[in-house]
Ligand binder design. Structure first.
Ligand SMILES: [Zn+2]
Length: 372
């Protein structure tokens, strides 16, 4: 039988939807730090799913995708519970999502990346670690599945794409990373917890969840889990994580609608709501995916035909970085692989290292499915 949910001081009964805040503390000028949540507690039994976005505040489109998807879920018709954490790093959104500049990925209060502090800490801890601690202990550790949403940043628009990361087959390489200065967990905190059987099962669940998400491209990475990252910490604790990106450039367009379909695909796959998934005609999984970045700065002038989903050939010109005064072409940006354009830059001024495009390598397809 479905049960009431406890979060902070609130109790949410089966069949109810509730909104609230997790309070974390106050800043120097006494501005309260609070993280908003939505709980949709289904009338029926089922798994617990977390839909989370904006660990990086300059990627706010996941919040809009979660908002739209949540409106299509009736708690009376839901089996299980959905926790929505659309603004997991609210201070980063304040300064990353709204300011008319290059934006900010980190929490401005302590300049930490909220995807390198998990599972957080409460004492002797930076603010970002305290925020992660609240999210982990009030919400995430109680979940069976989590979708960690990112987007193309303010610079790029982006099709929905799933980035499943699975444990390497060699168990000695299962865990690596952690960060400097004692922030976030390191391998010694979690080593030896997982058996090879448990890792194999987790890998299968992550892969299946990525396919169910229903993006046209899935980039599978087999590499050690970093316990300081949310997805790694979840996988090491038996919570099935899926990192996805969808939308970008702080813009409402068809990528948002497709992102909503993908989130609802997950809810249907977990049998939390009824309905057929909305899938593209063809899905591919690749093990090579190029996040292509510029070498130099200037104004980026994109080739007109380079739209999302375009198939490009190796060497095809994507755009050019131009000296904004002299018109000199300082860099011609060409696709390093045969592939599909998953994200593309829409912001003209660019610094060295700026995002140009994501290209899924179509010579590196390891799985595909025809959905027609
Ligand atoms: Zn991100």
């Amino acid at each position: 039988m479905a049960e009431s949910i406890q979060i902070g001081n609130a109790t949410i009964k089966p069949g109810e939807r509730a909104f609230g805040y997790l309070s974390v503390g106050t800043l120097a000028a006494r501005t309260e730090v609070r993280i908003p949540y939505q709980v949709i507690n289904g009338a029926g039994d089922g798994p617990t799913l977390c839909l989370e976005s904006t660990l990086h505040g300059w990627e706010p489109m996941g919040a809009e995708i979660i908002r739209r998807a949540s409106l299509q879920i009736d708690p009376q018709e839901l089996n299980g519970t959905i926790f929505c954490l659309p603004l997991a790093n609210p201070l980063s959104v304040e300064f990353g999502g709204t300011i008319e500049s290059s934006g900010m990925r980190v929490n401005p209060a302590d300049v930490l990346d909220m995807n390198r502090v998990w599972p957080g800490a409460k004492v002797n801890a930076w603010l970002t670690e305290q925020m992660a601690y609240a999210l982990w202990n009030e919400v995430i550790k109680h979940c069976d599945y989590i979708i960690d949403m990112h987007d193309g940043t303010g610079a790029c628009d982006e099709l929905p794409v799933a980035f499943p990361q699975v444990f390497p087959s060699d168990p000695d390489l299962a865990i690596a990373g952690g960060v400097a200065d004692g922030i976030g967990a390191d391998a010694s905190d979690v080593g030896g917890v997982l058996t090879p059987e448990a890792m194999a099962k987790m890998n299968e669940q992550i892969r299946d969840l990525a396919i169910a998400f229903g993006s046209s491209v899935i980039w599978l990475r087999e590499r050690p889990m970093n316990p300081a990252m949310l997805s790694g910490q979840c996988a090491l604790n038996g919570i099935v994580p899926l990192v996805v990106e969808a939308g970008g450039a702080c813009t409402i367009d068809f990528t948002v609608d497709e992102g909503v379909d993908c989130l609802l695909n997950v809810v249907k796959y977990l049998e939390m709501i009824e309905g057929e998934p909305v899938l593209p005609e063809r899905q591919i999984m690749v093990d090579n995916y190029v996040v292509y970045r510029s070498l130099t700065g200037g104004f980026y002038i994109q080739e007109l035909e380079v739209q999302l989903g375009l198939e490009v050939t190796k060497g095809q010109v994507l755009g050019r970085v131009v000296d904004p005064v002299t018109s000199e072409v300082v860099e011609t940006c060409t696709s390093p692989v045969n592939g599909i354009v998953i994200s593309r830059r829409v912001r003209m001024p660019i610094n060295p290292g700026g995002y140009i495009a994501h290209i899924a390598d179509t010579d590196a397809v390891i799985w595909e499915r025809d959905n027609r």
